[in-house]
Design a protein around this ligand. Structure first.
Ligand code: CDT
Length: 310
């Protein structure tokens, strides 16, 4: 999904999403992934002190019934296409999370929900008013649902694929991939909003060439998607919110579908609204899962305790 500005009405963004879903369905897609916080602009970049104002960026309660989001789920059901989509969740118990759901069209139900665990950025904004902020630590709690894989009935013929979700910054953490990999995951879904040139945020050189900085961000993005897919013998699908928001904030593109050998099967050509499509034969995961990354035979867990120590 390309640029989505702070001033864009919710209905405009939703209409774009409906159009993308119809486009994908017309090409035969069985599952469509939308980005992180897809229904609005990436609001954690703004300092929002007004509580009512902040609430307006969130979906309250069941996202599939939410006024601004429900038409997407209704359309998915009508088209018979599963969707996974990211949104800002205001939960019934008052918790606020950066979440995604997997919606199963055939049963008209949410098969799985994920709440982002690795929240990047800061609680307080930078002193420099020109800096790009990412105030996720201010607006969200770390996810409390773990990295839980789930089975999807009626998707791939004759099988119930094992899937898992992560959101944006999670993809940079090997631990997140391995938690899903250990559950035998065959497809990892990951929506993201990744700033391009934002030196305060990245801790990089303020005088760097912005184009070069974006290329580096894109390189790191693909690096972790390809590495995570390969070392866990899984397909992965990632969808960017990209382009330049508010004429000022650049977000990298790079939406792609990666195979279990780490190869990119399809990738976005633009930083605008675009459908990226690949046919995934899940039996291709078998090679890695039974040989190089046969975890039961080759892992040496007695040497991994440091990973879970504080
Ligand atoms: N949305 C999100 O998680 N973005 C982060 C930006 C990094 S902040 C230093 C990402 O990992 O792409």
């Amino acid at each position: 999904m390309g640029a989505t500005h702070r001033s864009d009405p919710r209905s405009k963004t939703l209409d774009r999403m409906l159009g993308l879903l119809e486009n994908a369905a017309s090409q035969g897609a069985e599952l469509v992934l939308f980005p992180e916080i897809a229904f609005t602009t990436f609001f954690p970049r703004y300092l929002i002190n007004d509580l009512d104002g902040l609430a307006s960026w969130f979906e309250h309660g069941d996202v599939t019934k939410s006024e601004n989001a429900s038409p997407l789920f209704d359309k998915a059901r009508q088209l018979g296409v599963d969707i996974s989509v990211g949104f800002a969740e205001a939960a019934e118990n008052g918790g606020r999370f950066n979440s995604s759901v997997y919606y199963h069209a055939k049963s008209g139900s949410v098969l799985s929900k994920y709440r982002k665990i690795h929240l990047p950025g800061d609680f307080e904004p930078f002193a420099d008013p020109e800096a790009t902020n990412q105030l996720e630590k201010r607006y969200f709690k770390p996810g409390d649902l773990g990295f839980q894989a789930f089975r999807v009935p009626d998707l791939a013929e004759g099988s119930e694929p094992i899937m898992g979700m992560m959101i944006c910054n999670d993809r940079r953490w090997t631990e997140a991939w391995r938690c899903l990999g250990l559950q035998g995951v065959q497809v990892v879904l990951c929506g993201y909003n990744t700033a391009g040139f934002a030196p305060d945020l990245w801790g990089s050189d303020k005088n760097a060439d912005p184009k070069q900085a974006e290329e580096t961000a894109l390189f790191h993005h693909k690096l972790v998607m390809q590495h995570g897919s390969y070392t866990n013998a899984t397909f992965s699908v990632c969808a960017a919110r990209c382009g330049v928001d508010d004429g000022k904030y650049s977000l990298i593109g790079g939406s792609c579908i990666v195979g279990p050998e780490g190869d990119i099967l399809a990738e976005a050509k633009t930083v605008e609204d675009e459908v990226v499509m690949a046919e995934c034969d899940l039996s291709a995961c078998r090679q890695g899962k039974t040989r190089t990354f046969d975890f039961a035979r080759h892992r040496r867990v007695e040497h991994y305790t440091r990973i879970v120590e504080q």
